[in-house]
Design a protein around this ligand. Structure first.
Ligand code: KIV
Length: 261
């Protein structure tokens, strides 16, 4: 059954929350079958699937397209849709764009940084909101860890508290020192979801392409559970060799797709 924000909040201190990103229908289907409680359709889609060099090129139309595909693959999973860069500049703009993502199939939206008025406005209009602090890629100059100095740590800590107080039901903590994430997790009333923020967060999120080993760069905090880029290379090389030798399509065991003969 699809998890509601309240149920996710009640998991704090009880059970860790596993979250993964997804951008396509078949991947979402696999995540739902595996019992992943929450899927994030992140604007990382721009970098890991669309070949952009940052998340800033992602549009609301891109997000709606991918959220629709993920919803068709995972009809019973809570889906968070990312509000793309500059679609949340004012509370009204953010509400219009959030409604677009909800109509596409999202159950909640995520936005980066301490946009407290925006968060409060969305929540007042019945849009469940996930906050995001620490490294915030839409505005970051680089992907270095955030919160290593005392002043920066205090800023991240205050931001996390303010985001939760404004009404966010989850707060993503990205690429911050583990001890800082532990402090924030202990003092926040809502679950924290870490990515590169250590083991003490209430949940963890990974970009699915990183976990699958699908790409050519993986952040230092990700773990590759598979090596799909290597598999693609091997499949393409073998296929090419077999076409050249005419081994394919001879000697294949027929596989009937439903609806085909
Ligand atoms: O866009 C995204 O995938 C994210 C995760 C890195 C948390 O925001």
């Amino acid at each position: 059954m699809k998890m509601q924000p309240q149920q996710l909040m009640e998991m704090k201190g009880v059970k860790p929350i596993p979250m993964l990103t997804a951008y396509t229908c078949p991947v979402a289907r696999g995540l739902e079958q595996a019992g992943i409680l929450v899927i994030l359709v992140g604007d990382t889609v721009g970098m890991v699937e669309m070949g952009f060099s940052s998340t800033r090129e992602v549009t609301i139309e891109h997000m709606a397209y991918h959220i629709g595909a993920v919803r068709r693959g995972a009809p019973n999973t809570h889906i968070i849709g990312d509000l793309p860069y500059r679609t949340d500049r004012t509370p009204e703009e953010a509400l219009t764009h959030s409604r677009r993502l909800l109509a596409a199939g999202a159950d909640s939206v995520k936005l980066e940084g301490p946009k407290l008025e925006v968060i409060a406005h969305l929540v007042a209009n019945e849009v469940p909101v996930v906050g995001h602090t620490g490294l915030t890629p839409q505005t970051a100059k680089n992907f270095a860890k955030v919160g290593r100095t005392e002043a920066e740590a205090a800023r991240v800590r205050e931001e996390a508290q303010a985001i939760a107080a404004a009404g966010a039901f989850l707060v993503v903590l990205e690429h911050i020192p583990y001890e800082l994430a532990a402090i924030i997790t202990a003092e926040l009333p809502v679950p924290t979801i870490g990515i590169g923020a250590g083991p003490d967060c209430d949940g963890q999120v990974l970009v699915i392409n990183d976990a699958l080993g699908l790409g050519d760069y993986w952040p230092p905090f990700s773990k590759q559970y598979a090596h799909l880029s290597r598999s693609i290379l091997e499949v393409a090389e073998t296929y090419s060799r077999e076409v050249n030798s005419r081994e394919f399509p001879n000697n294949i065991i027929p596989f009937a797709r439903s609806g085909s003969e």
